[in-house]
Design a protein around this ligand. Structure first.
Ligand SMILES: *[C@@H]1O[C@H](CO)[C@@H](O)[C@H](O)[C@H]1NC(C)=O
Ligand SMILES: *[C@@H]1O[C@H](CO)[C@@H](O)[C@H](O)[C@H]1NC(C)=O
Ligand SMILES: *[C@@H]1O[C@H](CO)[C@@H](O)[C@H](O)[C@H]1NC(C)=O
Ligand SMILES: *[C@@H]1O[C@H](CO)[C@@H](O)[C@H](O)[C@H]1NC(C)=O
Length: 497
């Protein structure tokens, strides 16, 4: 077999601002030509070039084709040139898309974080004009509505863009306990900080009211304004209370988790064995008895159907199977724009990104406030059945919204979802390698640890390349809250002067 020593990279940069597509093909030939050489075609956002590179982020990779035959390469190039909305060449795009292989270890360095801007320049200045084709597709490839704001991943998929979007800034998360909601909060707070948005923060601690119901008097330095972001715990009663303080175009979300895992987490993290004077396993043998004796009427964290409680319905005293759950689910279906599911966190985040017209960089994350595995109680299958039975309303809620999520994933397109989950995973891994100096499970002064519980937190790598993002992503909830509160205090003082 001929020894292949080629490296080749190809990129297609879709320049939204100037609406010119530059196709380039660069080959370094150190041996015999081999017709089956691997090539990569990358489609990247260049409208975000300035913003992303300022923040030290890689470009949004929209699409990646792995091509191993010259004829396929030509087909892709043809498609790129001609594949516009409704154009028959779309078929070729479909074929090319199936060759996609993001996990190939022969990733070209053209998207490496620190080098990508450089590579972009290299592409523009490649020797040999014959390898650089400039195609003017201002009218056809980039629909007017897309403008310079954003191209969605499905632009690349079939160049069939009929819906376009403008990034939104207003979103309220009803924060459920122990459902990865702190990780989600970090994403929303980052946005708030970077864009200097109005955030509704708790005046003290991490709760905006609770166990009393949320009202704006629990908001830090509230002056009756409308808010862009809300992502803290509260005792939520009704959509009306929250809508009153949010911007008119705000989206509403929450997150649910498998009730078995969530209940174990609540029980352990909040030390419910002290409240109920029984360990989880023993509690589950006769939950009614412990519950009747020891459950407080008013509390932040309840001992039965906690996810329903966090979403505004106290289902503690309703008997199993009560039909009110169905009404409650209908209300939530109407109220929420998206209900995320912790077990499908990445898929959920991609739907969130889509809902808000954000980018993958906006939703990249490290798991915040997750217990170290040392502090997770293992459950028998009887325990699991008992948890479901005891938290019957939460179980129904979860099954329902898990189904809704998967319907949304179906609508979004499974292939496209898979692609984006892959890209998100890669981004996370790269950032974790860059950002995290150390993961610690105890003794981090920035953290709050429930008694006897170990919780993971991340110490920033002092030499991180993506300094700003890394610093934000490794910032624990309390630190972030305090930082945002301080910032509000400063601007409050300035306003009074
Ligand atoms: C960036 O390019 C330089 C020089 O080509 C190389 O030494 C370095 O490893 C590259 N960085 C990454 C992250 O690939
Ligand atoms: C692309 O086409 C538009 C409109 O047809 C024209 O104004 C523009 O100059 C062209 N750009 C290039 C780089 O050829
Ligand atoms: C392009 O979008 C339109 C409108 O959504 C749809 O009817 C059509 O089937 C799409 N074409 C392709 C090739 O997906
Ligand atoms: C959630 O939905 C997925 C996809 O349909 C399914 O595989 C999974 O079993 C569901 N989980 C529950 C608890 O219903």
């Amino acid at each position: 077999m001929a020894k292949v020593m080629w490296q080749s990279f190809c990129f297609l940069s879709l320049v939204v601002i100037t609406s010119v597509v530059v196709i380039s093909w660069h080959l370094f030939n150190n041996g015999d030509r081999d017709p089956s050489v691997h090539r990569h075609v990358h489609l990247v956002h260049t409208d975000r070039l300035d913003r992303n590179s300022k923040r030290g982020n890689p470009p949004d990779l929209l699409f990646h084709w792995d091509v191993d035959k010259r004829s396929d390469y030509d087909a892709v190039m043809d498609f790129m040139e001609q594949g516009v909305a409704g154009h028959p060449q779309n078929q070729r795009g479909d074929i090319a898309a199936r060759k996609l292989d993001l996990n190939s270890d022969s990733e070209p360095d053209s998207t490496d974080d620190e080098n990508w801007t450089k590579n972009k320049l290299q592409v523009d200045n490649l020797p040999g004009e014959e390898n650089v084709k400039k195609v003017n597709v201002s009218e056809s490839l980039v629909p007017k509505e897309v403008g310079t704001s954003r191209l969605r991943a499905d632009v690349a998929k079939l160049y069939n863009v009929t819906s376009t979007c403008k990034p939104l800034q207003s979103i309220a998360m009803i924060k459920t306990h122990k459902c990865s909601s702190s990780t989600l909060q970090n994403i929303l707070f980052r946005k708030a900080e970077d864009l200097d948005l109005q955030v509704a923060l708790p005046a003290t601690s991490v709760y905006m009211g609770s166990p009393s119901y949320f009202s704006r008097r629990y908001i830090h330095l509230d002056r009756g304004q409308k808010y862009n972001i809300m992502a803290s715990h509260m005792r939520f009663r009704s959509p009306r209370d929250v809508k009153q303080v949010m911007m008119d175009d705000a989206k509403y979300i929450t997150i649910l988790r498998d009730p078995v895992k969530q209940y174990e987490s609540i029980f352990t993290y909040y030390g419910l064995q002290k409240r109920f004077k029984a360990r989880l396993h023993d509690f589950l043998k006769s939950p009614e008895r412990h519950f009747r004796l020891f459950e407080p009427r008013m509390t932040r964290v309840v001992g039965r159907n906690p996810m329903c409680y966090d979403n505004g319905w106290d289902a503690r005293l309703f008997p199993e199977g009560n039909t009110r759950i169905d009404q409650f689910i209908t209300i939530l279906e109407e109220w929420y724009d998206l209900v995320l599911i912790a077990e499908y966190f990445d898929e959920s985040l991609i739907l969130l990104k889509d809902l808000m017209c954000w980018t993958l960089d906006d939703v990249v994350y490290f798991s915040q406030n997750a217990r170290n595995k040392d502090s997770v109680v293992s459950l028998s299958s009887e325990d699991k059945v008992a948890i479901h039975k005891w938290n019957w309303a939460d179980s129904k809620l979860y099954v329902h919204f898990n189904k809704s999520l998967w319907q949304k994933i179906e609508q979004y397109g499974k292939e496209r979802m898979e692609l984006e989950v892959n890209i998100l995973t890669q981004k996370k891994e790269k950032l974790a390698a860059d950002c995290i100096g150390q993961t610690v499970k105890e003794g981090d002064k920035r953290m709050w640890y429930p008694s006897g519980i170990k919780v993971n937190s991340f110490l920033l790598n002092p030499n991180a390349v993506h300094k700003h993002l890394c610093e934000q992503m490794t910032r624990p909830e309390n630190t972030f809250l305090n930082k945002l509160r301080e910032k509000q205090m400063m601007s409050f003082r300035r306003g009074r002067r």
